[in-house]
Design a protein around this ligand. Structure first.
Ligand SMILES: *Cc1c(COP(=O)(O)O)cnc(C)c1O
Length: 457
């Protein structure tokens, strides 16, 4: 088979700044060893996130000029609405400024004390919005999804029996929403099978619980269904996505992922009363229903992006890119969450630096060294982000210590990926020299963004 090439030509470029290792070590020191506190200009390859970092197409940029900025009834809104409706089949399409604004609306109209939200894995902003309303959020991820070394095709699946047991325990009337995240971002970018979508929907229907999909990466998920689930080999990705949404009562989406835009999102749903309540919240928090929290040009770019994301030549290249980076990790012996996800490689820091205990932040140590060694910015998803303390102040580690390298869409080429693999390999070679870290500053909430560290000696 021939190389799967980038299915685009490059018309506009941005320079990358190169720095020496000595410079980077000084910059890292200044940033308190927290890569969130670096200046983006000092980063060579930025894999902090795939959110809002996509390269837009010539047609999307043309859409930016075409955008209709009318306050009400904008032409761009109708193009956006038609496109979202074509893919999701939903009756009511509500634009929001990003994914979390859609979540905020849902949590406002459905949440509150005494309510339990259920999911395969709630994304952190989703959980944040639910908990802010006074409700609680529970995850029911399939067991194999919790084991980084196990290779399975659909590690993002919902654990349906556990979900049903929970519904029986808490009572269906106290569960306002079941939200299935595809692909499962917090669980390693792992996909959910169509069969699992169907089974989850069936349980929700049995108990009368609304079933929604968090669709940030719906096209990447549909590609995995096409290539891994029997019966879907010959079905176009658009039809797979349409089938998936046909089981749902509603959809939330951050368009900053699978719509190739730098800002935007939406809430889409079928229920008239819920749509009315949601629009009322939208008007006070986001804006008039035909623009939400967006400009007309943003709506235009989203509509075009949604057209491009279901292109199978693109998806083949996209998923292959992550898999290619994964193969390089395997060849170098670097432990990572397998199989490769749809948008990122998650290095397993527990096995990478087993000598650093969770309370000394193994994934932070690897993240800092990736930057120092090669200017690659990844993100710590482990004890810094999710660690807690017990009453005695003792560290409670999360189940996994991961370093996520998220790949922005259409931004980096194959040689950039080769370079990233070389940097990871170099850090892996010197893994025995890596040291743990301790906090020198720690904020009371979301501490990973602003924390400062010192190296343990
Ligand atoms: C990014 C993301 C969100 C939140 O979207 P924002 O646009 O960042 O507000 C919600 N769910 C998942 C799965 C995500 O990846």
């Amino acid at each position: 088979m021939k190389t799967i090439i980038e299915p685009f030509r490059i018309k506009s470029v941005e320079p990358i700044r190169f720095t020496s290792e000595q410079e980077r070590r000084a910059l890292l020191e200044e940033a308190g060893h927290n890569v969130f506190l670096l200046k983006a200009d000092d980063v060579t390859i930025d894999l902090l996130t795939d959110s809002g970092t996509s390269a837009m197409s010539a047609k999307q940029w043309a859409g930016i000029m075409e955008g209709d900025e009318s306050y009400a009834g904008s032409r761009s809104f109708f193009r956006f609405e038609n496109k979202v409706r074509e893919i999701t089949g939903m009756k009511y399409i509500i634009p929001t400024h990003q994914g979390r604004a859609a979540e905020k609306i849902l949590a406002t109209v459905m949440g509150g004390p005494g309510k339990f939200f259920v999911s395969n894995t709630h994304f952190d902003t989703t959980r944040g919005n639910i908990e802010f309303s006074g409700a609680e959020a529970f995850d029911f991820l399939t067991d194999e999804g919790k084991r980084p070394e196990v290779k399975a095709p659909f590690k993002g699946n919902m654990n349906v029996p556990a979900l049903e047991a929970f519904i029986k325990e808490k009572g269906a009337k106290n569960i306002p929403l079941c939200l299935l995240t595809v692909t499962n971002n917090s669980g390693g970018g792992q996909p959910v099978s169509m069969q699992n979508v169907r089974e989850t929907q069936a349980i929700c229907r049995k108990y009368g619980i609304p079933f929604f999909i968090d669709a940030c990466r719906f096209a990447e998920n549909a590609w995995f269904i096409k290539t891994r689930e029997k019966g879907y080999e010959n079905k176009p990705v658009l039809e797979i996505a349409q089938e998936m949404f046909s089981y749902a009562d509603g959809v939330t989406m951050s368009a900053k992922k699978d719509a190739f835009v730098n800002i935007g999102g939406f809430l889409a749903l079928n229920d008239t009363e819920l749509a009315e309540k949601s629009r009322n919240v939208l008007i006070v928090t986001e804006g008039f229903p035909t623009y939400g929290g967006l400009a007309g040009r943003d709506l235009e770019a989203i509509a075009q992006g949604l057209e491009e994301i279901v292109d199978e030549d693109y998806l083949r290249y996209r998923i292959r890119t992550i898999e290619y980076l994964g193969e390089k990790m395997t060849a170098a012996g670097v432990p990572f969450l397998e199989p490769a996800g749809g948008h990122a490689i998650y290095i397993d820091a527990r096995r990478f630096v087993p000598n650093i205990s969770p309370e000394h932040f193994p994934a932070q140590s690897v993240t800092a060294e990736l930057y120092a060694t090669g200017g690659v910015r990844a993100v710590e998803i482990g004890s810094v982000m999710f660690g807690k303390r017990d009453a005695a102040g003792k560290h409670i580690a999360p189940p996994m210590e991961l370093v996520r390298m998220a790949i922005p869409r259409r931004v980096y080429t194959q040689s950039h990926m080769d370079y990233v693999a070389e940097v990871v390999e170099e850090v892996f070679q010197k893994r025995n020299e890596l040291q743990g870290y301790k906090f020198t500053y720690e904020a009371p909430i979301l501490r990973h963004f602003t924390a400062r560290f010192a190296k343990l000696t």
